[in-house]
Design a binder for this molecule. Structure first.
Ligand code: ADP
Ligand code: 5GP
Length: 216
C-alpha cells in the first residue's frame, strides 16, 4: 500500500476503497460506559486508526504507562503548556487536567492516519467552537467527526464502574455524579451510540466511521 494515503484496511487484509480525507474522530462518554473497550477494539482492528495520547495530571492507574496511555505531567508542566498554546483543547475533568496537544493530532494525520480522540464533553465543545475559526480546508475541520456513547442506564453505569475494579469508592462516586451532567451534552454530538450490547454498539461505531469516509 502506498504511503500517506488514508486507506482503511483491517487486520485480515481486506482493503476498503480509498477515502478522501483523514478523520479526527472525537469520542466522549461518561466514565465507565465502555468507551475504552470500544475504542481499543477499533484501533486493534484498523491499524490506520490511531489513538491520540493525551496529557493528564492524574496519577497512572493500574498498568498505565507514560507516553502510551497518557503523558503524565505535573500541574506545573501542564499549565506551562497551556501558556505556550500547545493544546488543541484542554479541560479539568474529575479534579484533574486533561488535554490534547495540537502536534500529536496533526502529526498523526500528516502521517496518513485517522486519529481517535477520547476526550470529555468540555473538550469536544471547545473543539466544535474552534473549528469554525479554521479554514474550511484545514484537516482538523474537514475530518471532525463527533460521537457520544451513553450507558443503557445509570444503574448499569454504576455496575460497570464497580466491576472494572480500578477506582476507589470516592472516585467512583465523583464519576457517577459527573455522569448525569455529561449526558446532557449528548445532543450536541453528530452521532450517539448506546452501549447496551457491546457487539451492537461496536457495529454502530464502525458504521459511523465508515459513513464519515463515504463508505457506508
Ligand atoms: P470507559 O473507558 O468508558 O471508562 P471501560 O471501557 O473501562 O469504560 O468499561 C467499563 C467496564 O464496563 C469494563 O469492565 C468493561 O469490560 C465493561 N463493559 C464495557 N462495555 C460493556 C457492555 N456493553 N456490557 C457490559 N459491560 C461492558
Ligand atoms: P480517565 O481518567 O478515566 O482516563 O479519563 C477521564 C475523562 O477524561 C474521560 O472522560 C476522558 O474522555 C477525558 N479525557 C482524557 N483525555 C482527555 C483530553 O485530552 N482532553 C479532554 N478534554 N478530556 C480528556
Amino acid at each position: 500500500m502506498e504511503e500517506n494515503t488514508h486507506h482503511l484496511i483491517n487486520r485480515e487484509g481486506s482493503e476498503l476503497p480509498r477515502p478522501s480525507r483523514p478523520l479526527m474522530i472525537v469520542v466522549s462518554a461518561p466514565s465507565g460506559c465502555g468507551k475504552s473497550t470500544l475504542c481499543d477494539r477499533l484501533v486493534d482492528e484498523f491499524p490506520k486508526i490511531i489513538s491520540s495520547v493525551s496529557c493528564t495530571t492524574r496519577a497512572p492507574r493500574g498498568e498505565e504507562k507514560d507516553g502510551e496511555h497518557y503523558f503524565f505531567l505535573s500541574k506545573k508542566e501542564f499549565k506551562e503548556r497551556i501558556k505556550q498554546g500547545e493544546f488543541l483543547e484542554w479541560a479539568k475533568v474529575h479534579g484533574n487536567y486533561y488535554g490534547t496537544l495540537e502536534d500529536t493530532v496533526l502529526y498523526a494525520m500528516e502521517e496518513g492516519n485517522h486519529v481517535l480522540l477520547d476526550i470529555d464533553v468540555q473538550g469536544a465543545k471547545q473543539l466544535r467552537e474552534s473549528l469554525v475559526r479554521l479554514d474550511p480546508r484545514h484537516p482538523i475541520r474537514r475530518g471532525f467527526t463527533d460521537i457520544f456513547i451513553s450507558p443503557p442506564s445509570m444503574e448499569e453505569l454504576e455496575k460497570r464502574l464497580r466491576g472494572r475494579g480500578t477506582d476507589e469508592e470516592k472516585v467512583i462516586l465523583k464519576r457517577l455524579e459527573n455522569a448525569a451532567g455529561e449526558m446532557e451534552s449528548a445532543k450536541e454530538y453528530s452521532f450517539q451510540i448506546i452501549n447496551d450490547d457491546l457487539e451492537k454498539a461496536y457495529h454502530e461505531l464502525k458504521t459511523v466511521i465508515l459513513s464519515g469516509l463515504g463508505l457506508a
